[in-house]
Design a protein around this ligand. Structure first.
Ligand SMILES: *Cc1c(COP(=O)(O)O)cnc(C)c1O
Length: 421
């Protein structure tokens, strides 16, 4: 079931007409569906019924505190990658005991904040980081719970920029150094080894890479246990892909992924941790935008819209495909045109799509780009001094702005002329 769909000739988010949100909040803006977040979370969590599992939603996919609080109510934990995301998760009511901390460059300050919050586990990615964590824990008189993120040298992910589990990537402890790292951690006074962690990539559209990574880690966990380490948890990261409506492969449904993981880990006696991001948030959001101009060039037609690459960078960064639809349902006998859909920014990269067949549109028409709930607003910037756009959360007939558009004055207030000017 889609929660963004046409009713009475126009597109709704659940029971709210997008036209109404556009009038009220202004365009461009992100619109999210509570029902979709809930359904995706529940489908994922339900596929692990009967086993000891923590679903630590990957905050970086969509980090709005209202989104986090929606998921927290369902029992979600959080996977954070910065002190800022840690603060978001705690603010949204996610307890420290359900928070895991990932990332290759955690600072001492971030570690201390996470230790004070009593987080579940640090996913440590290098020995230098481990030593800093040991010092931070010593200073606070606690023991830091640690899993090493290991790099299984498995190829996965739809795009080279989001593949993370190959040995040439910056992520994780090299496979050949993993046992040495655990031996080193066991010697440190303020480190408590609790698990093994792996995350191989994003937008993964088949089960084979997960299967390969799990098999390698299973082996590693046996060896680590034989060496006397207590391995209680196994975190297999995120990465399960979603359909984007183009012709690429349809990723396996969460239930199949769940069944595979359950089967492969059944005899491992570990608590499982998952860090899904895109799978929960991706299809829970649209970018609502207005056509500013239709420009007919010599050989192409451009829809110049009021959203731009600073609001949604995925097409420019990953050549990502997003389905585009008008908000007003095309009538039965509509005509199509082939458009390049572009934003107002002064870069050719500010192109959402090229040569897309769409219903003919005019200046003032509203359109949506689908599947932008993950890595949309979270990656936005204020390039070209375009204010961050609002985020709106819909729930049934209700909707509220969950992030406001800053004014230009607010943006400028953070800048200062130096004393000599
Ligand atoms: C980005 C990331 C995730 C989430 O990835 P998705 O593809 O959105 O599921 C999980 N864990 C880590 C360590 C990540 O960096």
């Amino acid at each position: 079931m889609r929660h963004f769909d046409f009713k009475d000739g126009e597109m709704f988010a659940e029971n709210v007409a997008l036209r109404e949100i556009a009038q009220d909040v202004g365009t461009p803006c992100y619109v999210y569906s509570t029902a979709t977040f809930e359904r995706h979370y529940n489908v994922f969590a339900d596929s692990f019924k009967g086993i000891d599992a923590l679903v630590a939603y990957s905050v970086k996919a969509n980090s709005n505190i209202a989104v986090l609080a929606t998921l927290a109510k369902l029992g979600a934990g959080a996977d954070v990658v910065s002190g800022g995301e840690l603060a978001r998760a705690l603010t949204a009511g996610i307890p420290g005991s359900k928070i895991v901390f990932s990332g290759v460059g955690k600072t001492g300050d971030e570690m201390r904040a996470a230790l004070r919050a009593g987080i579940r586990v640090f996913n440590v990615e290098s020995l230098p980081e481990l030593y800093v964590l040991n010092d931070a824990a010593k200073e606070l008189g606690v023991k830091a719970p640690v899993a090493f993120r290991v790099n299984p040298d498995v190829s996965a992910g739809g795009h080279e920029k989001i593949s993370t589990g190959k040995k040439e990537n910056k992520f994780g402890i090299a496979w050949s150094q993993a046992e040495m790292a655990y031996a080193e951690a066991a010697k440190l006074s303020h480190i408590n080894i609790v698990g093994v962690d792996v995350h191989i990539g994003s937008q993964i559209d088949e089960l084979a890479p997960f299967e390969a990574a799990i098999a390698k880690c299973k082996d590693l966990i046996s060896r680590l246990r034989a060496q006397g380490h207590e391995i209680k948890s196994f975190d297999i990261g995120g990465g399960l892909g979603i359909p984007y409506g183009d012709n690429s492969k349809t990723p396996p449904p969460p239930a199949e992924y769940g069944a595979l993981v359950k089967r492969l880990t059944a005899d491992m006696d570990v608590q499982m941790i998952f860090e899904p991001g895109r799978m929960i948030a991706g299809n829970a959001g649209v970018l609502l935008s207005k056509v500013l101009y239709v420009k007919k060039g010599e050989d192409r037609s451009f829809l110049i819209v009021d959203a731009a690459m600073n609001d949604l960078i995925r097409p420019a960064l990953y050549e990502a495909y997003h389905e585009i639809e008008p908000v007003k349902a095309p009538g039965s006998a509509y005509s199509e045109s082939t458009y390049d859909v572009v934003g107002p920014i002064c870069e050719s990269g500010d192109t959402f799509t090229k040569s897309r067949d769409l219903p003919e549109m005019e200046a003032g028409d509203l359109l949506v780009m689908h599947s932008v709930g993950a890595y949309g607003a979270a990656q936005a910037s204020q390039y070209n001094t375009r204010p961050l756009i609002p985020e709106v959360l819909v729930k049934g007939e209700l909707y509220e702005v969950i992030r406001e558009r800053p004014t230009i004055a607010e943006i400028l207030s953070h800048e200062h002329l130096p004393s000599w000017l």
